[in-house]
Design a protein. Structure first.
Length: 114
């Protein structure tokens, strides 16, 4: 399984970005797709997660601002990020958990200027 993320970039505070991540290879139906992020000097943290059935959970810091979604037919997960803040600056990684294994994309940089 390979994950390819896109959509990162530089945006001013209050702006929006949409991340996409497509998974290639064989993935079973019952999987979890998620976005994590890692800021400089900090541990990687879960941002949002969505099950194949559509159940979602978010980190408290992004609730009300970020929306995770997925297209099962395309094996793609999205992260719509609105009202971005400088503290959202990080490398964002997509993740698939399936078959007791974690698969990671290479990450995409999101930088929010104040």
């Amino acid at each position: 399984v390979q994950l390819q993320a896109s959509g990162g970039g530089l945006v001013q505070a209050g702006g929006s970005l949409r991340l996409s991540c497509s998974a290639s290879g064989s993935i079973g139906l019952n999987n979890l797709m998620a976005w994590y992020r890692q800021a400089p000097g900090k541990q990687r943290e879960l941002v949002a997660i969505v099950s194949s059935g559509g159940g979602k959970n978010y980190a408290d810091s992004v609730k009300g601002r970020f929306i995770i979604s997925r297209d099962n037919a395309k094996n793609t997960v999205y992260l719509q990020m609105d009202s971005l803040k400088p503290e959202d600056t990080a490398v964002y990684y997509c993740n698939v958990f399936w078959g007791a294994l974690n698969y990671w994309g290479l990450g995409t940089q999101v930088t929010v200027s104040s």
